[in-house]
Design a protein around this ligand. Structure first.
Ligand code: UDP
Ligand code: MG
Length: 305
């Protein structure tokens, strides 16, 4: 059986066009489609419920509020029953027509099939640039590299989903977690299409938070960087002291006591200290969230599940 997980947040206009393309693509398989309604405040839940009444294979998990894309996917994984599990966006940016090709590769033995964006002309220059910067940074920092040009459109084997479901941690940077497992992976290439209706939900600040989440959950190198930064600053400070003492002793007549050096020194040290405190704070906040052990999301209702 094939499970298709679709996170939806205010996608009322996309549900029907999406199903019109998805259903023919997966008709040959026995399937379930799990819509995870991530706290939409439009008619998304109602629209899904109406189709779920007619087709028992279409299921719905509804959250009380918006818990975020990664949590919606997590809930989907926890409810999916299939032998292979696909996650796909509802806005038709990920073409459902390539699903059979993904299943074919899975049947050949790969545990993870990524759909890789061959062309991404529809995304803005800014999005492409920040994405590539982010992946280069995270792959530099992290020990388990994350494949580039790959989003959350992927097929996972049951075994991988069981692994994800068993993970005790609260924070869910799924791309990283899947890559961390090191399961044999394969790729299918596709051309990213335009969003069918509505606008993206990933604002700049959400992307930034997503990037920070990814970095802090997969690497502690920034903490080491903080130590290096402190060490460099201390060395420069020490050299400055030597310079001042030697200048005072050997060139007393040239030595002018100014405030520029002082000012620059204070600004520099202040900056270094704030950055390092910020980095440490990021990790403390991670620890805080983990020890709180709150549920990751709250389910309001389930249909056909
Ligand atoms: N989404 C979600 N919760 C959110 C943001 C987005 O469930 O808080 C869903 C959204 O409905 C869509 C998918 O995640 O199906 C991808 O979101 P979007 O298209 O806005 O992101 P983009 O494709 O621009 O990166
Ligand atoms: Mg999209």
């Amino acid at each position: 059986m094939l499970s298709v997980i679709v996170p939806v947040f205010n996608e009322e206009k996309n549900i029907h066009p999406f199903l019109d393309r998805l259903l023919p693509a997966i008709a040959p398989y026995s399937y379930e489609i799990i819509f995870v309604n991530d706290g939409s405040y439009d008619q998304t839940a109602l629209t899904v419920k109406k189709v779920a009444l007619k087709n028992k294979n279409i299921k719905l998990v509804s959250f009380y509020r918006n818990f975020g894309h990664q949590m919606a996917l997590t809930a989907g994984y926890e409810h999916a029953k299939g032998d292979c599990i696909i996650t796909i966006d509802a806005d038709l940016q990920d073409p459902p027509e390539i699903i059979p090709k993904m299943v074919e590769k899975w049947e050949k033995g790969s545990k993870v099939i990524y759909a890789r964006r061959e062309k991404r002309d529809v995304d803005s220059f800014f999005k492409k640039m920040t994405a590539s910067l982010f992946y280069r940074l995270i792959n530099f920092l992290s020990d388990s590299p994350i494949p580039q040009e790959v989003g959350d459109f992927r097929l996972l084997d049951r075994e991988v989903v069981d692994f994800l479901n068993k993970l005790p941690e609260r924070s869910r940077f799924l791309r990283g977690l899947v890559a961390w497992g090191g399961y044999p992976a394969d790729y299918i290439y596709f051309v990213r299409e335009k969003r069918f209706a509505g606008t993206t939900h990933y604002t700049f600040s959400k992307m930034l938070n997503f990037a920070l989440e990814g970095i802090t959950t997969f690497s502690t190198k920034p903490l080491r960087l903080a130590s290096y930064l402190g060490f460099c600053a201390a060395t420069i400070g020490f050299l400055g002291v030597l310079y001042a003492i030697l200048g005072k002793i050997f060139l007393p007549s040239y030595w002018v006591t100014g405030w520029t050096g002082l000012f620059v020194g204070i600004m520099f040290l202040g900056g270094v200290q704030l950055i390092t405190i910020g980095i440490i704070g990021e990790y403390i906040s991670k620890i805080y969230v983990e020890v709180q052990r709150r549920p990751q999301y709250l389910v309001q209702e389930k249909i056909n599940l």
